[in-house]
Design a protein around this ligand. Structure first.
Ligand code: NAD
Ligand code: IPM
Ligand code: MN
Length: 369
């Protein structure tokens, strides 16, 4: 088949990790007889510098026309002035919203060979295999009013946390469908003891749960969930939560895997179109040093093959090649090694042949869509 991919490398380490992920996609495509065409677009800080806006219209149009978007990261100290009128992150948020990508899937399953890279004791990590379904186009990120005004007592800033029943229901439904393909447990995380929006969240989650009697459900308050993610991480299967809680909890969950540089994500909406990006940011502290871990972005390509292109075999080929490379001791600095970003990407590519020969295991998750 032929795939049309829009690339948005963005800022900081974004272009470094995208380069390696693209090469892995090309290599998998050749191996399985597919072709891929790319268009490359400005987003974030580089877009602000070139055009004055974080999401130029031609970037949006190209992303809307492509089958899938592969994004690096946006942001950095250069655009961090809290008084700035436009920020790189606005570009990413606008793209997610305008493409209608309301669910963000972030799987976390530590590699056995990397258990020593987590500050948690290895016995705590055994059996950890969870996926966070983060609501992506609602909540505090998008509610209006969102503004700064000058009042009699000085400046005043407002963010608004809004959720509709519809927004909650569709993402919680998705979580239950995904759970049915896994270990059949959903943990819905909210702050229902304080927030009205969370009380609606819990009410809807309870209703959805009643229609999925085969799936166990639990409701946790976000503060206590944050603790349990560290004390009993293997007790989770599918986590579903609102936008900002999901953002924070997934950086916390990254600690279980050993490095945030390892974790991929898929952002999906009503159809197969998706955006794929690592969960980490532009990592300004290491940008330009060629030490960024490209694995999170490479695994995001695997998710793209699975969810937007329907190529499960190819997705698993990449996932196995990554696993092999790590098992063979290939490591970037964040996971205790000395490989450059490029060398780590090559290490994965070199293992695609062997991984392809390994055959396919069951395609559970993709069946939820
Ligand atoms: P970050 O994720 O960029 O970095 C946090 C830490 O993790 C840093 O020490 C960094 O070096 C390390 N790290 C991150 N990715 C890595 C990788 N692939 N390999 C090795 N180490 C890695 O978070 P931050 O520093 O809080 O944010 C920096 C900028 O990135 C901010 O402007 C923020 O808004 C932006 N950001 C963007 C996205 C995105 O585009 N999706 C996500 C998160 C943060
Ligand atoms: C992420 C990032 C973004 C978010 C920022 C850069 C807008 O932290 O993708 O996790 O908060 O969603
Ligand atoms: Mn984040």
């Amino acid at each position: 088949m032929h795939a049309r991919i829009a690339l948005c490398p963005g800022d900081g380490i974004g272009p470094e990790v995208i380069t390696e992920a693209r090469k892995v996609l090309d290599a998998v495509a050749v191996r399985y007889g597919h072709t891929v065409s790319y268009t490359e677009h400005l987003i974030g800080g580089v877009a602000i510098d070139a055009t004055g806006t974080a999401l130029p219209e031609d970037t949006f149009a190209a992303c809307a026309a492509a089958e899938a978007v592969l994004l690096g990261a946006v942001g950095g100290p250069r655009w961090d002035d809290p008084k700035a009128a436009v920020r790189p992150e606005q570009g990413l948020l606008a793209l997610r919203q305008r493409l209608g990508l309301w669910a963000n899937l972030r799987p976390v399953a530590p590699y056995p060979c990397l258990l020593d890279r987590s500050p948690l004791r290895p016995e705590k990590l055994s059996g950890v295999d969870l996926i966070v379904i983060r609501e992506l186009t609602g909540g505090l990120y998008f509610g209006t009013p969102k503004e700064r005004t000058m009042g009699p007592e000085g400046l005043r800033a407002v963010d608004t946390l809004v959720y509709t029943e519809h927004e909650i229901r569709r993402v919680v439904e998705l979580a239950f469908r995904i759970a049915a393909t896994r270990r059949s447990k959903v943990t819905s995380i909210d702050k229902a003891n304080v927030l009205e929006s969370s009380r609606l969240w819990r009410q809807v989650a309870i209703e959805v749960a009643e229609r999925h009697p085969g799936v166990r459900v639990e409701h946790l308050l976000v503060d206590s969930a944050a603790m349990r993610l560290i004390t009993h991480p293997s007790s989770f299967d599918v986590i579903v939560t609102e936008n900002m809680f999901g953002d924070i909890l997934t950086d916390e969950a990254a600690v279980l895997s050993g490095s945030i540089g390892l974790l991929p994500s898929a952002s999906l909406g009503d159809d197969r179109k998706g955006m794929y990006e690592p969960i980490h940011g532009s990592a300004p502290d290491i940008a330009g040093h060629a030490v960024a871990n490209p694995v999170g972005t490479i695994l995001s390509v695997a998710m793209m093959l699975r969810f937007s292109l329907g190529l499960e075999r190819e997705a698993q080929c990449i996932e196995r090649a990554v696993e092999e490379a790590l098992r063979d001791g290939c490591r970037t600095r964040d996971i205790g090694g000395t490989l450059t970003t490029h060398a780590m990407g090559s290490a994965v590519r070199e293992r695609l042949a062997e991984a392809a020969a390994g055959g396919s295991s069951s395609a559970m998750l993709s069946r939820a869509f």
